[in-house]
Design a protein around this ligand. Sequence first.
Ligand code: GDP
Length: 443
Amino acid sequence: MAFEGLAERLQATFDKMKGRGKVSEADVKEMMREVRLALLEADVNFKVVKKFVNDVKERAVGQEVMKSLTPGQQVIKVVNEELTALMGGEQSKIATAQKAPTVVMLAGLQGAGKTTTVAKVANHLRKHNNRKPLLAAADVYRPAAIDQLETLGKQLNMPVFSLGDQASPVDIAKGAIEQAKEEHCDYVLIDTAGRLHIDENLMGELQDVKEAVQPEEILLVVDAMTGQDAVNVAESFNDQLGITGAVLTKLDGDTRGGAALSVRQVTGVPIKFAGVGEKIDELDEFHPERMASRILGMGDMLSLIEKAQTNVDDERAKELEKKMRSAEMTFDDFLEQLEQVRNMGPLDDLLQMMPGANKKAMKNIQVDESQIGRVEAIVRSMTKYEKENPSVMNASRKRRIAKGSGTTIQDVNRLLKQFEDMKKMMKQMTSGQKGKKKGKGGF
Ligand code: GDP
């Protein structure tokens, strides 16, 4: 999970501020020293860190800070806003040309995830924007890239334009646009060739394609796991080719997360998408504000709810949200939630998105996904009365349930404990949120 280390460190630093009545310049200095180290440890580019820390300091010790909120809240607010600004402020969507088809060129080093991302973006455009994309196989350099794109196209049931690996990328790109016009496709996504390192041939080839087809967007695909290298790559591509946006891939594997915080700042172009897994639907739109909240441990309720909405039907998603907020859960709800959650992706990721989520609180409620079947069996062996009133559970009931579900009393006990912990956490989360709204509580 990206940003885990950074989020933990920042939270620990802010915890120190709790209970202080007033924040002095020295306090802010001390906090920002920690923030600086945390960011550097998260592999954020040092120039970016320096600017960030200075910006926050300037605002935090200025007049803005000494008003209504508590000192911790004030500094968090500033850090949150500055983090959001650092990652681009507003969310930036993929562009649409005035005249169809919109041509989007994807560039990047070999292995960054370009070909995969072409398919992911195409899928996203169709699923969320109702578009009809055509994929162009212009990576004539990496063996098997063309086959890979053709396979992905088949999987998505989308047209792929290819002229084999002997044709020039310019001809392929032009041909693809012609075919898109004939077939009334409104987006052409061009998979271009990468190299292991930046070299003149690569840049020359990309410039030729750019010139020939005048794309609306040139998206640079960078591997977030490469940390500072990703930032250097982004800088060079931007200088030599000119890019309009970036896609960060493998954010699922990047525990330091520094690249996301630096790429935008160093190149000035927005991050448009984040790749969060190998599968075709594992691509998220990049929301700076939500990402900043996540880094600061404020959770990401919006993303969570959005996820719920695309994967389960609306009614059930609303129900789920309501139940979570009210913390009135029965075992039937619990079961239903487990089923919905199972459709949404790995549990750990989802738990991280909840407000108030931090590692310590999560320890007792982590549900091993392979155990979900067992949990279901236990719940299904309960009577209606037991499901609605878990407190009546005594030894003989537990024995009966264990027997009925083919599990052990320990399994039943563990589930009861998890259920209670989850309820407790939801209660804390919701009371914390109410507190925040009224401007009380929190820090
Ligand atoms: P290309 O050379 O840039 O076209 O790279 P590919 O599209 O072939 O991707 C290289 C590898 O990275 C493949 O194994 C992909 O499955 C993997 N990959 C791409 N995006 C992601 C991502 O967001 N997360 C993870 N975990 N793997 C990814």
